[in-house]
Design a protein around this ligand. Structure first.
Ligand code: ATP
Length: 605
């Protein structure tokens, strides 16, 4: 398939944010796509090469692209930076430079690196397959040494070699991971349903397939080659992560009873890391809440858990929690951060021991268990997983009234957990959805604001005094789902310990960007801008209207955003959350309205 077809589609998609138009462009594209490339097209639309859980990274920085441009386009860096400052992104910049050179007749690639084996491709054509293959080859280069960097530069030259300027723009964006078409997964599924089944309503069936595979490319290939019947037969595949079921929040025991009826399960809401375990014999694969492979942080789980399993194969969910080895008490989530390291993990395992607390089973002995009720799944869990010092079932009690919930809540808080998860007894596991069959009741919901917020770190300010050499204050943002960007909501400078400041510096420093990422929406000044990649948790005393910050701009009042008053870092770096899982504008508006209602109710009392 000619790459020009894809790049023309990208061009059209970039020009709109309207979901219906985007869907239409996608349908047109899918209809032109041969079935054997549909999965690649779907990954590329999302700016990826494979589903996220495979962890394929290109590892191409802006600096490397600049070096490649210098070498293969024969341009100087100053020229590029000047254009970059005008147009805003490096993909467009390279294409402009190339366009100028082509127009003036000066363009001729400084060299054809010959880095890529072109034997299998037609000499003249630039196909999607060819571009994909070179991107794939880049992703397979390991290490950061000069040799590897040089090889990458040669591959980049190969990539640009047969491209027209508009194609260069998108190829460069793919290389840098900055292709942002604003196409949500739902929009892709709408378009797949229309293009391959003629009925948009079939989206729901595709959604199910996606929820159990987390692989949109595989879903696309199935519907393209086998139609809706293929999708209806779609099965859970061991070692492909299932998108997790999430919970709504309730503020009180009374509200829980109102929503759940008079008998349901209450479980401790442990403050650890959610882990999805796929096990068959000795083979174990671990996924995080955001479906990243996290095996390297938990060699102890990999080694010990297979002994506890009494099934041929199984998919389980558990909360890994740091514990005090002497007392057995649960320790807060931050303790697990010590395991997020590349080296000396063995030492961290001994120093920061954990227990694995199982709460669900999604698949067992080749059979899907998600359709079973909570009660049946819990029984299955207790049948197929053996408890010991390391592997536990999450503490659970069937509760019937406010008193029992409150009592169990006390036990849970005293044991060092965050509160309770409340689960309906007769309901199935709903992969990939946040619904009312699971509710969370946390102690902190009773505080001033009603909840903590998970915000994206977008900017930093250098510290003074004891904080010299670190970022003393951070600029934070919410996630705007409609625009797929990050509007600022507050600066936070309290709640940090010396240790957390050091830790944040280590994590944030590599994320400093040459230019403010266009997805950051803020008029604030910052000493440095970060690529929006990290989520941290804050609490605050209040949400106020703000003329400066851009979160929920125009959504509550015209020309006004929302800001947090007295924000404080809780100590939790949410490495388990993707930036798209951060608190959204809608969530902040709900909290804003909730606090106004409480104030109103208090005035009436
Ligand atoms: P939060 O920010 O409150 O941790 P979240 O957005 O990460 O929430 P929620 O669905 O709102 O996700 O809360 C569920 C999370 O709580 C799970 O992702 C899991 O990590 C954790 N958890 C702790 N105990 C349990 C339990 N018993 N059952 C399910 N999840 C639990």
């Amino acid at each position: 398939m000619e790459f020009s077809i894809l790049s023309e589609s990208f061009d059209k998609m970039e020009s709109t944010r309207k979901r219906l138009e985007l869907t239409q462009f996608l349908v047109e594209l899918f209809e032109k796509t041969p079935h054997d490339v549909i999965s690649k097209i779907v990954y590329l639309i999302q700016g990826k090469l494979r589903p996220d859980f495979e962890g394929i990274e290109l590892g191409v920085s802006e600096k490397l692209v600049l070096r490649a441009a210098k070498k293969s386009l024969g341009t100087n860096e100053k020229d590029i930076i000047e254009t970059l400052n005008k147009v805003g992104d490096l993909g467009t910049t390279i294409s402009k430079v190339l366009e100028r050179k082509t127009q003036t007749g000066l363009f001729d690639f400084a060299f054809d690196s010959g880095a890529h084996d072109e034997a299998s491709f037609d000499a003249k054509s630039n196909t999607v397959e060819r571009i994909y293959e070179i991107l794939w080859d880049i992703s397979q280069l390991e290490g950061a040494g000069k040799n590897v960097q040089d090889k990458k530069i040669n591959f980049i030259s190969s990539l640009w070699n047969k491209c027209k300027p508009t194609e260069v723009k998108f190829v460069t964006k793919l290389l840098l991971g900055t292709l942002r078409l604003g196409v949500a997964e739902n929009t892709v599924m709408d378009a797949l349903a229309i293009a391959f089944t003629g009925d948009k309503e079939n989206r729901k069936k595709l959604q199910y397939a996606y929820n159990v595979s987390s692989d949109l490319g595989k879903v696309a290939e199935t519907v393209a080659t086998k139609g809706i019947e293929g999708i209806e037969k779609f099965e859970i595949t061991l070692f492909n992560p299932i998108r997790p079921m999430l919970a709504d929040r309730v503020k009180s025991e009374a509200e829980a009873i109102e929503k759940m009826g008079n008998e349901f399960a209450a479980e401790y809401k442990l403050d650890g890391e959610r882990v999805q375990l796929h096990i068959e014999g000795d083979k174990v694969v671990l996924f995080s809440r955001s479906l990243e492979n996290i095996e390297s942080y938990y060699p102890d789980i990999m080694e010990k858990i297979p002994k506890n399993i009494q099934a041929d194969n199984i998919i389980l969910e558990a909360e890994a929690v740091a514990i005090n080895e002497n007392t057995g008490d649960f320790l807060p989530f931050q303790e697990l951060m010590h395991r997020r390291r590349k080296y000396k993990i063995e030492k961290a395992i001994t120093k920061y021991p954990i227990t694995v607390n199982f709460f669900d089973v999604l698949y067992c002995n080749g059979r899907n268990c998600m359709e079973l009720s909570y009660k049946e799944r819990r029984e299955k869990l207790e049948k197929h997983v053996k408890e010991d010092e390391f592997a536990k079932y999450i503490p659970m009690k069937i509760v019937k009234n406010e008193c029992e919930i409150e009592d169990f809540m006390e036990n849970s808080i005293n044991a060092g957990s965050e509160g309770l998860m409340l689960k309906m007894l007769d309901k199935p596991y709903q992969a990939g959805s946040r619904g009312s069959h699971w509710l969370k009741l946390k102690r902190e919901y009773r505080n001033e604001l009603g909840d903590s917020l998970d915000l994206v770190v977008i900017g930093g300010y250098f510290g003074k005094g004891r904080r010299t050499g670190n970022y003393g204050t951070l600029l934070l943002a919410t996630y705007d789902e409609d625009e797929d960007n990050f509007p600022s909501i507050c600066k936070v400078g309290t709640g940090f310990t010396d240790e957390s400041l050091d830790q944040l510096y280590q994590i944030l420093n590599p994320k400093v960007s040459i230019k403010k990422n266009p997805r950051i929406i803020s008029e604030m000044e910052a000493d440095v801008w970060f690529e929006p990649e990290l989520v941290i948790e804050v609490v605050a005393s209040e949400i106020t209207l703000s003329p400066i910050h851009k979160a929920a701009l125009n959504m509550v009042r015209k020309n006004t955003g929302l800001a947090l008053r007295f924000p404080k870092f809780t100590g939790k770096i949410r490495v388990d959350k993707a930036v798209e899982d951060a608190s959204t504008n809608e969530e902040v508006i709900t909290l804003y309205k909730g606090q106004k209602k409480i104030a109103h109710d208090k005035n009436l009392m």
